[in-house]
Design a protein around this ligand. Structure first.
Ligand code: HPA
Length: 275
């Protein structure tokens, strides 16, 4: 617990030594979306390496830094790169950045990820707003001693992903010719992709997409009273839906193919949805 609190305190102190900018919206940029942070105006950059004990990603292509500044008229703090549970950190550790962002002042959070499609109507390239999640990761970021100042021991999880955000975003995106689906995201620990039987199980249990991130961050946001907008890029059909093996490069390829559209959706969310 001491460790956890000292990483949070160090993070807040080190960022505050660099800037008194007070972000209102957090952005966690998933696979292929890291570039989005490049459009933040007058960026204040803090490499995760500057914060002692901060979880650092081992995955190639996940640069690790906070970027603070104005984006579409809103005060944001973006995480360019994030750590995943499958890298071996506890879910408490991977969600420390969210607790730091809360202490810097954020009230809302945009969580993005790449995900496998479970709903057979979702072709690769589909963008899906997360309406709810199923935590099938086998862990929980709130395990262990509760950080009382952040929220209750047994927090409500009945409306993590703010419906108003989804409804407003859907309407605004449609006006701009962008189709957004909506569905339930199931997190599994990874790093192996699912088996065909696991994808069928996910569907039976009510999931529309599967992935290896987002749920821990969403749980911590909900505990702390931060409203969440979650968007998944469906990069591939879940295992067994098509008669072919699943390849990581296809995930990366699809994420790259739709990243302009994905960025546009985040633009709209910042401009018109989140206040
Ligand atoms: N499964 C789990 N995580 C993923 C997938 C998948 O098929 N695609 C992208 N992230």
């Amino acid at each position: 617990m001491q460790d956890v609190m000292s990483i949070i305190d160090n993070g807040v102190r080190i960022i505050r030594e660099k800037t008194d900018f007070e972000p209102e919206i957090g952005l966690i940029l998933g696979s292929g979306l890291g570039d989005y942070a490049e459009q933040i105006e007058n960026p204040i950059v803090i490499p995760y390496n500057d914060i002692p004990g901060f979880p650092i990603s081992t995955v190639v292509g996940h640069a690790g830094r906070f970027v603070l500044g104005m984006c579409k008229g809103k005060k944001v703090i973006a995480m360019q790169g994030r750590v995943h549970y499958y890298e071996g950190y506890s879910q408490k550790t991977i969600t420390l950045p969210v607790r730091i962002m809360k202490r810097l002042g954020i009230k809302n959070m945009v969580l993005t990820n790449a995900a496998g499609g479970v709903n057979k109507n979702f072709a690769p390239g589909t963008l899906m707003m997360i309406s709810d999640h199923i935590n099938f990761s086998g862990s929980n970021p709130l395990l262990g001693e509760n950080i009382e100042e952040d929220g209750p021991r047994f927090p409500d999880m009945s409306s993590i992903y703010k419906k108003e955000f989804r409804d407003t975003l859907k309407e605004a995106a449609t006006k701009q010719g962008i189709n957004l689906e909506e569905g339930v995201y199931m997190m599994l620990s990874g790093p192996s992709y699912e088996t065909p039987a696991e994808i069928r199980m996910a569907r039976t249990l009510g999931a529309d997409a599967v992935g290896m991130s987002t749920v821990p961050e969403a749980i911590v946001c909900s505990q702390m009273g931060i409203s969440v907008l979650g968007i998944s890029c469906i990069t591939n059909c879940g295992a067994g839906i098509l008669d072919q093996p699943l390849k990581h490069f296809e995930v990366v390829e699809t994420a790259n193919r739709v990243k302009t559209e994905f960025a546009k959706v985040i633009d709209i969310a910042l401009e018109k949805v989140i206040f």
